[in-house]
Design a protein around this ligand. Structure first.
Ligand code: NCD
Length: 308
C-alpha cells in the first residue's frame, strides 16, 4: 500500500483495508507517541498547520505527532494575524504555505475548503475539519479507539448521540462504521437529525441503522459516542436555544448500561457529559484524545512516504 503524496480529505476516499492498515501503523507508533521511544523518522520535514477555526486537540496532537517523529512545524492558529486580513484568498494562502513545507494540515469553517485547497497544492493536504463536512483524522482515531477498547470494530452496536446535523465527526464516523457493517443508533433531537444523504448512503453500504429521539435502550449499546451541539453552525441563535441542553449523560443515565459499554466524545464537551462520569469505567474520551497522536503520526509518516 502506498500513501505517499496522498491527500486526506474525507474518510470516504479510503477503503476498509487502507483504514485498517493506517490503524496498524498507528499501533506501532504507540511507544513513540507515549514518549517512551525516540524517533527521527520525519527529521528534515516541515508540516504547516493552518487553522482558520478554533482547535485544541486536532492542532496540538498533529504538532505533537510531527515533533515526536523529529519533524518541524510552522503555521498559525489565529488567521487574523495573517494576510487573510488583507483580503488574500485561500488559494493564495495555500500556494504560499506549500512553498515552505512538505505537508499541510488545515481546518476551515467552509465545507469543501480542504478539497479545494488540495487542487491548488502539490504537497499533501490533510483535512483537520471543514465546516460541517468531514473530519477524517478524528474518524481514524475514533476507529482506533473502538478497536483498542473493544478488541475489534465489527460486532459492536454504536450509538451516535447529539448534534448529528452539524457535527462533522459523526458524519465521517457513520460512513466509516458503515464500511465495517456496524449496527448504529442515531440519537438526536428531531431538529438535529443525521442528514438524509448520510443515512441513505450508510444503509446502501449495508449498515443497520435505527433513528431515535430519546436515550431509551442504552442498555443494548456497546459504544456511546456523544457530541456537543455545534452552536457556531446554527444560522439562527434562537434555533440553538431550543435544543441547548436537550440531552445529558450522568450517573443516572448509566444505571442500566452494559458493564463494558464505553463512552466516547471527540471533545470539547459543554454540558452533555457530567464530569462525575469521568471517574466511571465507561469514560474513554481522554484515552481517545491521546489516540490522536499515534494515529496522526501514522498519517504523517504515510503521506510523506517514510512508511510504505
Ligand atoms: C470536534 C471538531 O472540531 O469537529 N473536535 C475535535 O476535533 N476533537 C468536535 C467539536 O468541535 O464539537
Amino acid at each position: 500500500m502506498n500513501f505517499k503524496g496522498r491527500d486526506v480529505i474525507s474518510i470516504k476516499d479510503f477503503s476498509r483495508e487502507e483504514i485498517l492498515y493506517i490503524l496498524d501503523v498507528a499501533e506501532k507508533m504507540l511507544p513513540i507517541a507515549e514518549g517512551k521511544k525516540k524517533s527521527n523518522l520525519l527529521n528534515g520535514y516541515i508540516m504547516a498547520s493552518l487553522f482558520f477555526e478554533p482547535s485544541t486537540r486536532t492542532r496540538l496532537s498533529f504538532e505533537a505527532a510531527m515533533k515526536r517523529l523529529g519533524g518541524n512545524v510552522i503555521g498559525f492558529a489565529q488567521p487574523g494575524t495573517t494576510s487573510l486580513q488583507k483580503g488574500e484568498t485561500l488559494a493564495d494562502t495555500i500556494k504560499t504555505a506549500e512553498s515552505y513545507c512538505d505537508v499541510i494540515v488545515m481546518r476551515h469553517p467552509k465545507e469543501g475548503s480542504a478539497r479545494m485547497a488540495a487542487k491548488f497544492a502539490s504537497v499533501p493536504i490533510i483535512n483537520g475539519g471543514d465546516g460541517a463536512g468531514h473530519h477524517p483524522t478524528q474518524c481514524l482515531l475514533d476507529l482506533f479507539t473502538i478497536r483498542k477498547e473493544k478488541g475489534q470494530i465489527e460486532g459492536n452496536r454504536v450509538a451516535l448521540l447529539g448534534d448529528l446535523k452539524y457535527g462533522r465527526t459523526v458524519h465521517s464516523l457513520a460512513y466509516a462504521l458503515a464500511l465495517f457493517k456496524v449496527d448504529m443508533v442515531f440519537i438526536s433531537p428531531p431538529e438535529l437529525q443525521m442528514p438524509k444523504e448520510v443515512i441513505e448512503e450508510c444503509r446502501e453500504m449495508g449498515a443497520n441503522i435505527t433513528i431515535k429521539n430519546s436515550l431509551e435502550g442504552l442498555d443494548e449499546i456497546d459504544v456511546l459516542y456523544v457530541t456537543r451541539i455545534q452552536k457556531e453552525r446554527f444560522p439562527d441563535p434562537e434555533e440553538y436555544k431550543k435544543v441547548a441542553g436537550s440531552y445529558r449523560i450522568d450517573l443516572k443515565t448509566l444505571e442500566n448500561v452494559k458493564e463494558d459499554m464505553i463512552i466516547m466524545h471527540p471533545l470539547p464537551r459543554v454540558d452533555e457529559i457530567s464530569p462525575e462520569v469521568d471517574e466511571t469505567k465507561h469514560a474513554a474520551y481522554f484515552r481517545q484524545t491521546f489516540n490522536g497522536v499515534p494515529v496522526r503520526m501514522a498519517l504523517l509518516a504515510l503521506v510523506l512516504g517514510e512508511i510504505k
